[in-house]
Design a protein around this ligand. Sequence first.
Ligand SMILES: Nc1ncnc2c1ncn2[C@@H]1O[C@H](COP(=O)(O)OP(=O)(O)OP(=O)(O)O)[C@@H](O)[C@H]1O
Ligand SMILES: [Mg+2]
Length: 227
Amino acid sequence: MPNVAFVSPKGGAGKTTAALLLALGLAERGLRVAMIDSDPNKPLVHWASLPNKPDLITVHPAPTPEDVRDALREGQRKRPDWVILDTEGSIRGAMFFTTMRLDLVVTPLAASQLEAIQAVKAAEMVAQFGPRGGRQVRHRCLLTRVPAAVRPRSVQKVVEQLRAEGVELLPTALIEKEAFRTLFDIGGDFAALERHGSHGLAAARVNAAAYLQAVLDTLALETAPVV
Ligand SMILES: Nc1ncnc2c1ncn2[C@@H]1O[C@H](COP(=O)(O)OP(=O)(O)OP(=O)(O)O)[C@@H](O)[C@H]1O
Ligand SMILES: [Mg+2]
């Protein structure tokens, strides 16, 4: 059962969006996902309270590190295939990743030099506080909110900056898509967005699927077909 956390000391980097897109992609392929929402603002708890939440996804709040164990226990009752931890965008929030055994920590960032510095910090945090029993926790950065049409030079610059620091990137970036934002307003999944008449949904779906595949490849897992 893969355990994945979304971690960054930077607020608004795209953690919750990336966490939900991963969960939705997995659920679409028939997998059960338990999401632990350790952000005191509870964005995923809020999303789950909206209509059309897929039954395969459960969301469990854990506002303090002590709550994570209970949230995990509650999540395990549903026998999830995956556990996804979303954290608050602060140093304190980022440290929640130490409360779980993890297979992968993902740090989303927009393509700016400032965000890249924060992402390098996150990678260093994971390298410093992540190892258990001498085993390193896998860490990948994820570029998000990348403009769909043109790839600005800033993206290439940030990629080079991260590589120079020895930080690894997921091969797929999340593009800037209104549909990804709308998920948190209307709730549910891509089917709900379709019924809502969200703009640019086809491209959003292709991007989300490529991102899911990048995470599966990183964990060396086979892709299940869409059910
Ligand atoms: N790929 C994207 N396309 C469009 N909007 C996005 C995308 N990723 C994130 N956003 C928007 O950017 C804002 C911040 O994203 P998100 O909430 O996912 O970041 P976060 O890292 O979880 O923030 P926090 O640190 O506050 O928890 C939100 O309004 C979200 O809808
Ligand atoms: Mg968030």
